[in-house]
Design a protein around this ligand. Structure first.
Ligand code: ADP
Ligand code: MG
Length: 455
């Protein structure tokens, strides 16, 4: 079946209005064994479709192709989406190691006093990789660190497409490491990070606090790349020195290059950022609206982006123009809704069990379906046992409720819990470390969720 034929079939099976509203720019880019890659011509629409229609599209494609398919959505910039209807778009660059967010460029980054130094050092490094090595960018959440990393990536891919640029969050690095250890594929892992890279971008390195093994591996990765003159760029929410529990040898590596800060932008810069974000969403906002937004985001640029995104959808769905009244209305309903979420203990409990579930899934690199499938594969049944154990001990759930939640019978759950307890008292350190990692994962997620909801 060709890409076009598949797209036609998909279209015929999806509600007509839904299709017209969201899928008109969709193109099938690649049909693989387990995945179908779909290009969407608008970044926001892409995110929205992935969230809202991801499983519908995956299921429909699975039906059509009679095998299990996961739909993957990717953004195709306007010029590419009109130039080429379909084709090997994503195969164009065989060396491509990471996808960079096409919206996060140097061009779309607004420069102000607070981020000028960080901006120019990032640009300098992108123009002359290896010159300032490493570059360490630190600053609070949502001040543009990830944006700058992607800007470096985009810039390099454009100027020097032959360079192998890898962007990885510290969390992904660690998951990759754990998986490679488990599958006994450490040689591949080391080859991937030490030999096959020209430039390494590591985001949110603070995630490795308390994760000694991953820090050790990062240290060796760092040394190898550094000694070969390859550029390393690191982002963190704190200075190298403040990564206090990091191994000193790693801290001193971070400190030996250029260390720059991104700080809170002043109001004028924030207004410019809001305008830029709206412009990139093809949303026209009047000055009073921009000012209102900036004054109501409690200094969080990510929230600003969220609001602009909501406005975009609101006007797309209702056809209403965005003006100060619609903005005020939308803002207060979002706020009221968020406040209403955490009020009951019940919702907090539901949140917690789902966060634990997500943390286990993440740690074991599984899908929800795999975890709950009846398989007896060692890896997966261990994940299920750990989930039971964690729901009981950290989620404070009763065995009866766990068995309902997981769709397994009562005795399976209590056996699982006992088994893990026995392993732990027997001194199974690997398992203990695993559980600690999962706990940290879900506690971090919990912190984010509850502060998001309360504010
Ligand atoms: P961080 O990684 O520091 O937590 P992000 O890079 O994710 O922050 O930034 C949050 C949002 O704010 C992103 O959408 C980003 O594009 C935007 N942003 C932050 N600073 C700027 C800036 N100076 N110019 C334009 N957009 C910005
Ligand atoms: Mg970030």
């Amino acid at each position: 079946m060709t890409n076009e034929e598949l797209l036609e079939q998909l279209k015929s099976k999806i509600n007509h209005n839904t299709w017209e509203q969201w899928f008109t720019s969709a193109q099938i880019l690649d049909i693989q064994e387990k995945k179908v890659i779909i290009g969407i011509g608008n970044l926001f629409v892409k995110d929205f479709i992935a969230r809202k229609y991801g499983s519908l599209v995956s299921n429909t494609l699975s039906d059509i192709l009679s095998r299990k398919i996961t739909a993957e959505f990717t953004f195709i910039p306007a010029d590419k989406s009109t130039k080429k209807k379909a084709g090997p778009l994503i195969k164009e660059r065989p060396l491509k190691l990471s996808d960079f967010n096409p919206e996060y460029t140097f061009n779309s980054f607004v420069i102000g006093e607070a981020n000028r130094v960080a901006y120019y050092s990032a640009l300098e490094v992108a123009n002359n990789p290896g010159k300032y090595n490493p570059l360490f960018i630190y600053g609070n959440v949502a001040l543009g660190k990830t944006h700058l990393l992607h800007a470096i990536g985009n810039h390099l891919m454009e100027r020097s497409p032959d360079l192998k640029v890898m962007y990885v969050t510290a969390e992904e690095f660690m998951n990759d490491l754990m998986k490679s250890l488990r599958d006994e594929k450490m040689d591949d892992f080391r080859e991937r990070y030490r030999k096959k890279i020209d430039i390494l971008l590591i985001d949110d390195v603070q995630f490795l606090i308390g994760k000694d093994m991953a820090q050790g591996e990062l240290f060796h990765t760092f040394n190898t790349l550094f000694n070969l003159g390859k550029q390393i760029i690191i982002c963190s929410d704190r200075t190298p020195e403040e990564l206090a529990t990091f191994h000193p040898r790693l801290i001193s590596r971070f400190e030996m290059g250029l260390v720059v800060n991104v700080d809170e932008p002043d109001k004028k810069t924030k207004l410019k950022i809001a305008k830029k974000m709206a412009e990139m969403t093809s949303l026209y906002l009047t000055d009073d609206v921009v000012t209102y937004l900036v004054e109501n985001i409690d200094n969080n640029l990510r929230r600003l982006r969220g609001l602009i995104l909501n406005l975009f959808f609101h006007s797309k769905v209702t056809g209403e123009k965005v003006n100060i009244e619609t903005v005020k209305k939308l803002y207060s309903s979002l706020k009221a809704h968020k406040k209403s979420i955490p009020q009951t203990k019940e919702t907090l409990r539901v949140l917690k069990k789902n966060l634990i579930l997500e943390a286990v899934i993440k740690e074991y690199n599984l899908t929800r379906e795999q975890l709950f499938s009846p398989t007896r594969k060692k890896e997966i049944s261990e994940a299920r046992q750990i989930l039971s154990f964690m729901l009981k001990n950290y989620g404070k759930m009763k065995v009866k409720d766990i068995s309902e939640f997981m769709g397994k019978n009562h005795s399976t759950i209590s056996q699982s819990v006992k088994k893990i307890e026995k392993e732990l008292t027997g001194g199974n350190l690997l398992l203990k470390r695993r559980i600690d990692d999962i706990r940290r994962l879900f506690e971090e997620a919990e912190k984010i969720q509850t502060t998001e909801n309360v504010s």
